[in-house]
Design a protein around this ligand. Structure first.
Ligand code: FAD
Length: 465
């Protein structure tokens, strides 16, 4: 069968690209070897956030007496939690299937590999072979969990994030290798479910991409939550002792060992390149991913690589954005690809950022201003009983908003106003004149922006000497 665009991989990058291609009148096929929705829907964003909600409810109930509500005999049912998670996934997966069908995208259930510049060979789920030809091919094959070379990492009971999502029992002692986004999200969820959680991180800090004003405060909260974090620490060996483990480490204070019932390896993800046959076509790639230009085209004309497989961002919304951009480019729509990519971290409380951090501003030698507004001064946050955290805004000397960093309730929803500001290059005075409804958490962003010009209403005035 001949197509305008053939897409390999049905994750958020691939399926979004397929729908956009169909909207623009292209004849499109989407090849998926596993389940529609990819890592994000089946093993990533959605299952973790469904479980995050369970954790959030438990955390709220654990402080119900602050609200004058007394809960006795609190217990939870893991089977039901898992069932709810599966229901959410199934509903969304069915929705993607229906959308693709309604847009006349051909869905091919099989594993695709490149035969030549215009041909994809598919081994269908039933074992038959099929060839699809296309003027343009988009590789959207995603990524897989990276496994650090640790002695004992292959032992039974050492989990990847994908195995961990299907837990049947809450471990008493969970040790997480990796203090990045995935590791810290699991730490928060399992601590809320009752595990004693230890995080071992090789780097000098956790969540290294986040502004340090946020990570410093988050580290204090982690201590309060009872999550132990060891940074600049390397796991040297995992030893299985019956049903549990001893994890040997080398850190700042020398060698140490930790007991654990379960281990989660959350040491990053690497592009899923195997099986695509990209070597045969001479497509350039390195260990971070397939190399692409600003339109996500590889060094081979007409072959694109979007989402996790190109290693640029490793976020679902970036994959979708890149898919749309590549398809539009193919269909003759030339647009600049300039939106900043917001990032959200579903820990307690949520963290979300967009644009530059203060460290990046310093490193680039930029003259900049910062302003912070604490959620403790926001009426809605007080009413919710969620006052931990802040909004931090970074602006240029002439008040253009360059970065927004939020830790606090609903940070993942609040960041969008910051994304709009950074993406449009808005100045603080343009946000200043916009009415923010009261009482809302969004007022904290407004106040942080006002603070750049020293005009915050609910902050103490800056003393003039
Ligand atoms: P994927 O979603 O990985 O999809 C690729 C698809 O291609 C897969 O379905 C795969 O089966 C298929 N495929 C691969 N090779 C072939 C082949 N040869 N033939 C046919 N099909 C093939 N991101 C966020 O933005 N927010 C979050 O909250 C978030 N949470 C996460 C939590 C976890 C635990 C994990 C692991 C990831 C999380 N992510 C999150 C990251 C997000 O899941 C990825 O960035 C996103 O899924 C990338 O989309 P993609 O389309 O590039 O690849």
């Amino acid at each position: 069968m001949d197509y305008d665009i053939v897409i390999i991989g049905g994750g958020p990058g691939g399926y979004t690209a397929a729908i956009r291609a169909a909207q623009l009148g292209a004849k499109a096929a989407l090849i998926e070897k596993d389940s529609l929705g990819g890592t994000c829907l089946n093993r990533g964003c959605i299952p973790t956030k469904t479980l995050y909600r369970n954790a959030e409810i438990l955390n709220t109930l654990s402080k119900a007496d602050d609200f004058g509500i007394y809960v006795e005999g609190l217990r939870f049912d893991i089977e039901k939690m898992q069932q709810r998670k599966e229901n959410v996934i199934n509903q969304l997966r069915g929705g993607i299937y229906n959308l693709l069908k309604a847009n006349n995208v051909d869905i091919i259930n099989g594993a695709g590999s490149l035969k030549d510049k215009n041909t994809v060979e598919v081994i269908n789920a039933d074992g038959t072979l099929e060839e699809l030809t296309a003027k343009n091919i988009i590789i959207a094959a995603g990524s897989k969990p990276s496994k650090p070379p640790i002695d004992g990492a292959d032992s039974e009971g050492v989990y990847s994030n994908e195995d961990m999502l299907n837990f049947k029992k809450v471990p008493d002692k969970l040790l997480i290798i990796g203090g990045g986004v995935i590791g810290m999200e699991f730490a928060g969820i399992f601590r809320s479910l009752g595990s004693r959680v230890t995080v071992i991180e090789f780097m000098p800090g956790i969540l290294m991409q986040v502004d340090t004003d946020i990570t410093k405060r988050y580290s204090v909260l982690l201590k309060k939550q009872g999550i132990d974090v060891y940074t600049s620490t390397k796991v040297s060996k995992i030893e299985k002792t019956g049903e549990s483990f001893i994890v040997h480490t080398e850190g700042k204070k020398g060698e140490a060992s930790f007991e654990a019932d379960q281990i989660l390896i959350a040491a990053g993800r690497s592009p899923l390149i195997e099986g695509l046959n990209i070597d045969k076509l001479g497509i350039f790639y390195d260990k971070k991913g397939i190399s692409v230009d600003e339109d996500f085209m590889t060094n081979i004309e007409g072959i694109y690589a979007i989402g996790d497989v190109n290693g640029i961002s490793m976020l679902a919304h970036a994959a979708s954005h890149q898919g749309i951009h590549a398809v539009e480019k193919i269909m003759g729509i030339n647009k600049e690809n300039k939106s900043p990519i917001p990032g959200c971290i579903f820990v307690f409380p949520e963290i979300a950022s967009v644009g530059i951090t203060e460290e990046q501003a310093k490193e680039s030698g930029l003259k900049y201003k910062t302003s912070k507004f604490l959620f403790g001064g926001n009426g809605k946050a007080l009413a919710l009983g969620e006052t931990d955290g802040l909004v931090k805004v970074i602006a240029s000397e002439d008040d253009v908003i360059l970065g927004v960093h939020i830790m606090g309730p609903h940070a993942s929803d609040l960041i969008q106003e910051g994304t709009l500001a950074v993406s449009m290059g808005l100045r603080t005075e343009e946000i200043r004149g916009i009415i923010h409804a009261h009482p809302t958490l969004s007022e904290a962003f407004h106040e942080a922006v006002l603070g750049i010009e020293g005009l915050g209403i609910h902050s103490m005035p800056v003393r003039k000497r």
